[in-house]
Design a protein around this ligand. Structure first.
Ligand code: ZN
Ligand code: ZN
Length: 415
């Protein structure tokens, strides 16, 4: 078997790995969009392949997926598809169109009569993320995908350590956290605790800024609200995300629960006016909170991606407004700017606002990566999804690993 990493040996973003079996069959694992514009070249996405396997619904793993067209089979989790489509619904852009084959955790399957694949659920900042064990030509590759050991699903990390996949020839392992730290809040539980401590004393509304698709975080906020008897306000988009996740797991809050309120933003309601959303619309109706939030704002915590300025203005003069920034701090910097960066940076300086960051990463710390790599015990380890491969190698070698190999983007290696 031959292996090529099109992108990802030196960057976080644009992950794409190509496996070519001895019979010529080609499988790609992930086809992500680059996260910055230093190298916009994605010509490889036009190359020929027999199938595509997607690890999870983050842009840097699926973002270029539609470039393979509508005939190439795309193996992907059902919830991942629903989450990607959710974003499209609320941006009013067409739903995904492709030859999708849905996969389930721990259920093995064969691709193109050649690649035997077993997906493992990982603990990550999206509710459905997979690692893959891929076998072909008597070789075994373990693709870690994105993972951590400190979230609400850390049982799956522990299980992989206790009962690891064996006889692995190549481990492709993520290295996001090399040169990043997680020292303030190391676990999802510590995030919950810190949010609890902030909101219990609130005299006005608190906003928690995070991704609606980070269900671990939504649950942390929900639990903090329950402990302080606050209502958790979500927008219509987040309510739809909860619906999608509840289809797979009843272990998460439902929109009908009395602690949940839905902020009925007219432009979001407009996106779901189609009759196919009738049932959902009817079910969020009793939960809708709208402007009543302003009469008693200290009873509410609003989980949202971007705090609306008009809303903030209505809250002024009623006590300090908390903004709990609960996602990667990089999004506040110019180089990773998004639609809310300027807004948030302005609010940071606002005297009516107390701005604090309470976040833990969706990625494993270097010691957790090492524990994982040690358990998998692969003949060869190649870091991927890292901006600092040299540093990765150095740190691993310091701890006794002698099998770390650095690869180049676009170069083919034989196993
Ligand atoms: Zn991810
Ligand atoms: Zn990623």
């Amino acid at each position: 078997m031959k292996v090529k990493i099109y992108r990802g040996t030196k960057e976080i973003g644009g992950t794409c790995v190509e496996l070519t079996a001895d019979n010529g069959k080609v499988l790609w694992v992930d086809l992500g969009a680059p996260l910055d514009n230093t190298n916009p070249n994605v010509d490889y996405a036009q190359n020929k392949l027999d199938a595509l396997l997607i690890s999870h619904p983050h842009q840097d793993h699926f973002g270029l997926m539609e470039k393979v067209g509508t005939t190439v089979p795309i193996f992907i989790g059902e919830l991942s598809l629903d989450l990607i489509n959710a974003t499209k619904i609320f941006r009013a852009i067409p739903q995904l169109n492709g030859n999708f084959k849905t996969i389930k955790p721990w259920e093995s399957f064969t691709i193109a009569d050649t690649f035997r694949v077993k997906p493992f659920l990982t603990d990550h900042s999206t509710p459905e993320a997979f690692a893959f064990l891929i076998e072909a030509d008597d070789k075994r590759i373990f693709y870690s995908g994105d993972f951590r050991a400190t979230g609400r699903k850390n049982i799956v990390y522990k299980k992989q350590i206790e009962n690891p996949s064996e006889n692995i020839d190549l481990l492709l392992i993520e290295g996001t956290m090399v040169e990043r730290t997680n020292h303030l809040y190391s676990t999802e539980d510590s995030v919950e605790e810190a949010i609890y401590n902030t909101i219990k004393a609130q005299t006005n509304l608190s906003f928690v800024i995070s991704s609606a698709q980070n269900i671990d975080r939504l649950i942390s906020v929900f639990r903090a609200c329950k402990r302080t008897q606050k209502y958790l306000v979500i927008d219509v988009y987040s309510a739809w995300i909860l619906e999608m996740v509840r289809k797979q797991s009843k272990n998460i809050p439902a929109i009908e629960w009395e602690e949940i309120k839905v902020y009925d933003h007219p432009s979001q309601l407009e996106k779901i006016k189609d009759p196919s959303f009738d049932d959902f619309r009817n079910r969020i109706k009793p939960q809708r909170v709208g402007n009543s939030v302003f009469s008693n704002p200290s009873d509410y915590v609003y989980f949202v991606r971007c705090p609306n300025e008009k809303l903030i203005d209505k809250l002024r003069g009623k006590g300090t407004i908390n903004i709990i920034y609960s996602q990667w701090e990089g999004y506040l910097l110019e180089e990773h700017k998004n639609f809310c960066t300027d807004n948030l940076n302005a609010l940071k300086k606002d005297s009516d606002i107390s701005f604090q960051t309470i976040h833990t990463s969706g990625h494993a710390t270097v010691p957790d990566l090492m524990k994982f790599a040690k358990a998998i015990n692969s003949k060869k380890i190649v870091p991927i999804h890292t901006a600092f491969p040299e540093q990765f190698k150095k740190e691993f070698e310091k701890q006794g690993f002698s099998n770390i190999t650095l690869w180049e983007d676009g170069k083919e290696y034989s196993l």
